[in-house]
Design a binder for this molecule. Structure first.
Ligand SMILES: Cc1cc2nc3c(=O)[nH]c(=O)nc-3n(C[C@H](O)[C@H](O)[C@H](O)COP(=O)(O)OP(=O)(O)OC[C@H]3O[C@@H](n4cnc5c(N)ncnc54)[C@H](O)[C@@H]3O)c2cc1C
Length: 290
């Protein structure tokens, strides 16, 4: 590891100035829970680290009429502990609460969870199902992109953290009757990556599901949307158990889990997916009724 400088900008403008000064040789760091192991394993070798956690207004959670604005420095613990958010976005608060351990959740950010681009990253799976977007600042100006569109492969994000900075994550507020839910299956409840995880978001009108979003991980090279399963739910009544069962089976067929020593064989993981998808869709559906 050969970090020559550790810099702590106080504003986005200063951060961009520093990134530009290092011409791609500096990297942003938030909680460091993904970055530091990569540095130690010499997978990356920036000459400077730019700590984004002290940027003004970077760590807040703000609810507005249109949705939730999550500052790019907000941690999983902040989101997991917010009981108000749990009423509208339980998928997100549950996903954040399932990550690592209290020590990890206290420093690790949702932004880092997105940029690290792991297909089973818990918060990212929930953010994809909730149709979240990120705000990005770069030397070329500001832009917005859907979380779902930021993946270029396993561990490969389209965000270039040596040139640009995510400033916030925006989760839209559901306009109609809506329910969302998140679940994961892992050998232990804490300090353990998921064997599979899943999230569901349903919107309902006149007792019919008019929009169904599902996201699964880690069963592809990114948080995966099983579109055939989503299509089966669309138009069904929220308590149509046959449609929910069919969606769960389709989702497990569409997914492509790998056999791994850590997570078990592909067939086993597909069986788990059937159970988990059924559970999260039923949970989301039950929330519609409230
Ligand atoms: C012991 C352990 C257990 C874990 N368990 C889980 C788990 O159960 N589930 C799970 O999903 N993850 C888990 N993780 C992974 C990790 O904690 C999460 O992915 C975390 O959310 C990463 O956030 P961070 O703030 O630490 O990111 P960092 O490590 O600081 O950064 C990660 C990447 O994001 C970039 N970045 C950070 N902030 C910005 C920004 N504002 N703009 C642009 N780029 C930025 C960095 O440059 C870097 O490339 C675990 C990690 C450890 C070490």
């Amino acid at each position: 590891m050969c970090i020559e400088q550790y810099l702590v900008p106080a504003s986005v403008a200063e951060c961009l100035f520093l990134l530009n000064r290092f011409e791609g040789q500096a990297m942003l760091i938030a909680g460091g829970t993904d970055l530091m192991p990569k540095l130690a394993q010499k997978k990356i070798a920036p000459t400077a680290l730019i700590d984004v956690t002290r940027i003004e207004d970077f760590c807040g959670l703000t609810e507005t009429d249109t949705g939730l604005m999550i500052g790019a420095g907000a941690t999983h613990a902040q989101v997991a502990q917010d009981e108000t958010l749990a009423q509208t976005w339980p998928a997100l608060t549950r996903a954040c609460a399932s990550i690592g351990s209290p020590q990890i959740r206290n420093v690790a950010t949702l932004t880092g969870n997105i940029v690290t681009a792991m297909p089973g990253a818990d918060a990212a799976v929930a953010l994809v199902v909730l149709d979240a977007k990120v705000e990005i600042a770069s030397p070329d100006g500001k832009r917005s992109a859907a979380v779902e569109d930021l993946y270029a492969g396993v561990g490969q994000s389209k965000i270039r953290s040596s040139h640009e900075i995510i400033t916030a994550i925006k989760v839209p507020r559901p306009r109609m009757k809506h329910g969302n839910a998140y679940g994961r299956i892992s050998p232990r409840n804490s300090f353990c990556f998921p064997i599979v995880n899943a999230a569901a978001a349903l919107t309902c009108e006149n007792n019919k599901i008019i929009s169904a979003r599902l996201a699964l991980g880690p069963v592809a090279d990114r948080p995966f949307r099983p579109q055939k399963a989503e299509a089966v739910l669309k138009g069904a009544a929220p308590d149509d158990l046959k449609a929910i069962d069919a969606a769960a089976i389709l989702a497990s067929q569409e997914a492509n889990p790998r056999s791994s020593c850590l997570r078990g064989c592909a067939d086993y993981r597909r069986e788990l997916l059937k159970v988990l998808v059924k559970q999260v869709v039923r949970d989301a559906s039950a929330r519609l009724a409230r």
